[in-house]
Design a protein around this ligand. Structure first.
Ligand code: AMP
Ligand code: GLY
Length: 431
């Protein structure tokens, strides 16, 4: 079987790594991959957003399955393009992907289908935005979100009326995020612990994946700006069996049924970013793809062959499949470039990749890397994700940080406390 993976980050490295373990696979390609992916797949220099060229390539190589990592090709309609050509793809259609692509659509959808979520108002014009800022019906602080994709930067916490007006100026009048600011969703700020809950869905049935917890802030102690994710653990230690059941019953199943009922059957990974509040789990956001770095902790724990699962989702026949998971927890720490999540310094030589690769039970997923002659250099913000499994969370954390000492590049920074909150939680439940 020939498989094409689309994307070039750490998540795609993890996908290629996992897919390659399948005995069903004979050839694996990646558009466009990175230096890490190039070691285990044939990388082709086609940008993920060039959906026609990606489809042409899939046709040329007679790909049996194409698996899409990032959201942008989905929003551009790559699945629709593939379906028009009769090609098999693991990616939601553009219509289904709106659950991630439009925050306004997602919130109104949740309301229609009674999926637990914060109170919200959609402002469709700057005038409505200023009106909301004046009244602040949810009090301060509240959350303002540009409607469309804004590279993870379109969500702001608003502390007071001055800031509220400034946010409307910036998003709706000045259009800092372009057309994503045509509408802005204002919502209640939820309190609690965040959990990433991903399921595979074929449009009707669902198979939950192992839970995970991301670390979104740039600095230790959950301080600093929001990022794409600085590290993750799996499972989410705060998630009881009871909470797991509630999430499936109250959030996942109504969402999948609602999407089907609205003529947008959801085939792919539905990723619910949840806040575990005192009154139960509530949806912060839906994504229509694997999380990054959540994929880097969840896929290494998957014992089953992933290829039949991806194929079943793509074909819409996800029957009673059982997915086996390693009992051992996993931790991933992201090593980022100087400046991330703002403007970053790049083109720095990465040292120690061979040394770190020799650590047993440690996997290095490369993200923003490229090969230049005999060197591997940084080409973006999140450079490497180092994952380790351990007999318990403490062991996994120790193993991952010990391994990280082997690798370096100029300006490298990372959080030293990935998994600590989960560990404290785990100790508390045992006390
Ligand atoms: P989003 O842009 O929707 O992915 O949100 C990014 C991050 O902002 C989330 O991971 C949360 O940490 C935070 N966030 C978003 N919405 C809310 C909310 N309603 N209440 C509290 N935190 C939120
Ligand atoms: N780690 C968060 C995301 O993938 O959106």
């Amino acid at each position: 079987m020939k498989i094409l993976v689309v994307g070039n980050g750490g998540r795609e490295h993890a996908l290629v790594w996992k897919i390659r373990q399948s005995p069903l696979v004979t050839e694996i390609y990646c558009a466009s991959g990175n230096a890490g992916v190039a070691g285990i797949a044939d990388c082709v220099p086609i940008d993920a957003t060039n959906i026609v060229e990606v489809a042409d390539f899939a046709e040329t190589i007679h790909a049996d399955l194409t698996v899409v990592g990032p959201e942008l090709p989905m929003i551009l309609g790559i699945a629709d393009e593939f379906q028009r050509r009769g090609l098999t793809i693991f990616c939601p259609t553009r219509a289904a992907g709106e659950i991630e692509g439009s925050k306004a659509f997602a919130r109104e959808f949740m309301e229609r289908h009674k999926v637990p979520a914060p109170r919200f108002t959609v402002c469709g014009s700057a005038a409505e935005g200023y009106e909301f800022a004046r009244k602040a019906p949810f009090g301060f602080p509240f959350v303002a979100k540009a409607d469309g994709l804004a590279a993870g930067k379109g969500t702001l916490i608003v502390e007071n009326a001055d800031q509220a007006r400034a946010v409307v100026d910036e998003m709706m009048t000045e259009r800092r995020f372009g057309s994503a600011g045509a509408k802005v969703v204002m919502e209640e700020l939820l309190q609690g612990e965040e959990v990433s809950f991903m399921v595979l869905s074929d449009g009707h049935r669902v198979v939950p994946l192992a839970s995970a917890q991301d670390h979104k802030r740039a600095l230790d102690g959950d301080l600093g700006p929001n990022t794409g994710g600085m590290g993750a653990v799996s499972p989410a230690m705060s998630l009881s069996l009871e909470a797991h059941k509630r999430i499936v019953q109250e959030i996942v199943l109504p969402t999948v049924a609602g999407m089907a009922a609205e003529g947008r059957p959801f085939r792919g990974v539905l990723y619910a970013g949840l806040m575990m509040t005192e009154s139960g789990p509530k949806v912060l956001e839906f994504n229509a793809r694997f999380g990054d770095p959540e994929a880097q902790v969840v896929l290494p724990r998957m014992r089953s062959d992933i290829v039949p699962l991806l194929l079943a989702v793509a074909r819409g026949d996800l029957d009673d499949v059982k997915v086996e998971w390693a009992k051992e927890p996993s931790v991933c720490v992201v090593l980022a470039s100087k400046g991330y999540p703002e403007a970053v310094e790049t083109d720095k030589r990465i040292r120690g990749l061979d040394e770190i690769a020799s650590h047993p039970d440690v996997i290095v997923f490369q993200a923003a890397t490229a090969r230049r002659d005999d060197r591997i250099v940084t080409v973006g913000g999140r450079v490497l994700g180092v994952t380790a499994l351990g007999a318990n969370l403490e062991a996994a954390i120790q193993r991952v940080y010990l391994a990280i000492e082997k690798v370096s590049f100029e300006g490298m920074h990372y959080r030293r406390d990935i998994g600590q909150k989960a560990l404290a939680r785990w100790h508390a439940t045992r006390a």
